[in-house]
Ligand binder design. Structure first.
Ligand code: PEP
Length: 244
C-alpha cells in the first residue's frame, strides 16, 4: 500500500526551548486522519527531546541522514543503529543539500538507504534536478539516474523505501513546482518503480510546500505526501499541510 506521509525536515534549525513548543503542539494537535502519517526529522542532538515529547503521540520522528557504516572511525557521523536507539522510524538519505555540500554520490546514497533498512528504518530517499538540468530538458534523465542507482543498490528492498522528488530549484526558494510539473515527474518515477516491482512505494513532493499549496499538490494522482523544510518549523503551517 502506498504510504501517505507528511515529513518535516528541520535541517540545522531549532533550540531546546523552541523545539519544546513546536513538539508539544504537534503532539497535542495531531490526530491521525485518513491513514496519513506525520513525521519530524530533527537534528541529531534533539532526538532524545523528540522521543520524550512525541512518544505518547501519533507523531513519529527520524533523522536527516545516516552513515552507510555501522560503527567505527567516522567522526561526526551517525549510525542507523544509534537513531533506532532513540525511537526513530525514518531516515532522510540523499537530500540535495547533502549531495551538493557533502559530495554524496548516487552510490553513497544507495549505501545509506541500505544501512537504514538494515536497522529497520524507512529511508526517505531524495531525488531531484537542478534548475540548469531542468532548463536543459534533463529532468527525467537525472531523476531516473538517481532512482535507478537506488533500485540497483536495494533490489527487492526498494519496496521498503519512501522516495521524495525535490527539485533543487524549489527548495527553500519559495518557488514551488506546479502540481502538474510535480505530477509529470512523479509519473516517471512511479513507472520506473513499477518496473522494479516497487510501484506501491510512497512518493513525496518537496520544495517550498506550504499550507496554501499543499492541497493542490496532494490532489495529483502520484503524489502521496510531502517533505517539508521551512514550513515544518511553524506548527500552524505544518499542521495545515498535514491536514490538507
Ligand atoms: C527540504 O529541505 O527538503 C525542503 C523541501 O525545503 P523547503 O520546504 O524549505 O523548500
Amino acid at each position: 500500500m502506498r504510504e501517505k506521509l507528511v515529513v518535516g525536515n528541520w535541517k540545522m534549525n531549532g533550540g531546546l526551548a523552541t523545539n519544546a513548543e513546536l513538539l508539544a503542539r504537534l503532539a497535542s494537535e495531531w490526530t491521525p486522519g485518513d491513514a496519513r502519517k506525520l513525521v519530524v526529522c530533527v537534528p541529531a542532538p534533539y532526538l532524545a527531546q523528540a522521543q520524550a515529547a512525541l512518544s505518547a503521540s501519533a507523531v513519529m520522528w527520524g533523522v536527516q541522514d545516516v552513515s552507510e557504516h555501522a560503527a567505527g572511525a567516522y567522526t561526526g557521523e551517525i549510525a542507523a543503529g544509534m537513531a533506532v536507539e532513540f525511537g526513530c522510524r525514518y531516515a532522510i538519505v540523499g537530500h540535495s543539500e547533502r549531495r551538493r555540500l557533502h559530495g554524496e554520490t548516487d552510490g553513497v546514497v544507495g549505501a545509506k538507504a541500505l544501512a537504514a533498512l538494515g536497522r529497520g528504518l524507512t529511508p526517505i530517499a531524495c531525488v531531484g534536478e537542478t534548475l540548469d538540468e531542468r532548463e536543459r530538458g534533463a529532468t527525467d534523465a537525472v531523476v531516473t539516474r538517481q532512482l535507478d542507482a537506488l533500485i540497483e543498490a536495494l533490489g527487492a528492498r526498494m519496496r521498503g523505501c519512501v522516495v521524495a522528488y525535490e527539485p533543487v530549484w524549489a527548495i527553500g526558494t519559495g518557488r514551488t513546482a506546479s502540481p502538474e510539473q510535480a505530477q509529470a515527474v512523479h509519473a516517471v518515477l512511479r513507472s520506473r518503480l513499477a518496473g522494479a516491482g516497487a510501484g506501491d512505494v510512497g512518493l513525496l513532493y518537496g520544495g517550498s510546500v506550504k499550507g496554501s499549496n499543499a492541497a493542490a499538490l496532494f490532489a495529483m494522482s502520484d503524489i502521496d505526501g510531502a517533505l517539508v523544510g521551512g514550513a515544518s518549523l511553524d506548527a500552524d503551517e505544518f499542521l495545515t499541510i498535514a491536514r490538507a
